[in-house]
Design a protein around this ligand. Structure first.
Ligand code: ADE
Ligand code: ZN
Length: 333
């Protein structure tokens, strides 16, 4: 597929959203978890979403099969192997600890499993040039107190967590609710990102920048409703981690050809392309690049710029960024 393997960083992927239906069944069997579906095909047939909440309902339900350190390890290793086949050279991976803690899975099993999965994925498949980091996301439809408790539980593991994020049901759960917990995260030396302007208003993007002081905005597509905000995003070159296939599958656009990614780029914004929850939305990072090329007519050079943006917007150090940018530059189809 065209553009599939251009070297890039993936900055917006939820590890739980990389669990393919086959793995849902495999882990259910191994962990003795009963599923309300009788086959992989039946589960896959439920992946018709009308909005974010309709997706989140099934996403959280499927997570029930993730129980052990080994499960988190295998999930992460599988993601890194597949994404590396699609050109991902560096991944900053979200995880949702609150969803697992609620089922009695403890923080060490989660973080140890995810970190072991990164090591395994790199040594057994992805290749030694690949790197990955973890970003702990707070569920915004839960309380600020719960987020703060979760951050406290994560403190012994901060050597393996690069930053915090904010995800789950957006509308009615503004970033302002989490100002204090993001302040604390920053005190602990963590980087900050947040989902904003996916389904929620442009005002949430402003709050994420002003109150949570995020370094990237995840999605951010609704920023286009607010010309002043667009000016600011351009001026400050705030990276947006756009997820084209996700936006179509969750109903923000009726078809990929209607996506506003070309407009975001024409406005001079720092756009990146990512997969979000690839097992649910029909494509990993490379497949998102290919689909955009096919349906939005972006040129190879425009997509090379998007790939370079992903490296610039990552939390990698200067040296590694330069090396990766050289790879993007040298890439030919
Ligand atoms: N959790 C997993 N995927 C998400 C998305 N697209 N938006 C908000 N929360 C999520
Ligand atoms: Zn997301």
């Amino acid at each position: 597929m065209v553009m599939l393997d251009i070297p890039k960083a993936e900055l917006h992927v939820h590890i739980e959203g990389t669990m393919e239906p086959e793995m849902v069944f495999e882990l259910a069997r191994r962990n003795d978890v009963e599923l309300p579906y009788s086959s992989v095909a039946e589960l896959r047939s439920r992946y018709e979403f009308s909005d974010l909440q309709s997706f989140l309902d099934i996403y959280y339900a499927n997570m029930a099969v993730l129980r052990t350190r080994r499960d988190f390890r295998e999930l992460t290793a599988a993601y890194l192997r597949e994404s590396a086949r699609q050109g991902v050279r560096h991944a900053e991976i979200f995880f949702d600890p609150q969803a697992h803690l609620a089922r009695g899975v403890e923080m060490p099993a989660i973080v140890d499993g995810l970190s072991e999965g990164i090591t395994e994925g790199i040594t057994e498949g992805a290749g030694s040039g690949v790197t990955a980091e973890l970003i702990l996301c707070f569920l915004r439809d839960q309380s600020a107190e719960s987020a703060m408790d979760t951050l406290r539980l994560a403190e012994p593991f901060l050597d393996r967590i690069i930053g915090v994020g904010l995800d789950s049901a957006e509308v009615g759960h503004p970033p302002s609710k989490f100002t204090e917990v993001f302040d604390r995260a920053r005190e602990l030396g963590l980087r900050a990102v947040a989902h904003a302007g996916e389904e929620g208003p442009a005002e949430y993007v402003r709050e994420a920048l002003d109150l949570l002081r995020v370094e990237r905005v995840d999605h951010g597509i609704r920023a286009l409703d607010d010309p002043e905000l667009v000016d600011r995003l351009r001026r400050e070159q705030v990276p947006l981690t756009v997820c084209p296939l996700s936006n179509v599958r969750l109903g923000s656009f009726s078809h990929l050809s209607q996506h506003t990614l070309p407009r975001l780029m024409a406005e001079g914004l720092m756009v990146t392309i990512n997969s979000d929850d690839p097992a649910y939305f029909g494509g990993y990072a490379g497949e998102n690049f290919s689909a955009v090329r096919e349906h939005l007519g972006l040129t190879r050079e425009q997509l090379r710029q998007v790939a370079a943006n992903s490296v610039q917007a990552s939390f990698l150090d200067r040296e590694r960024k330069s090396a990766l940018l050289a790879e993007v530059d040298a890439w030919t189809e």
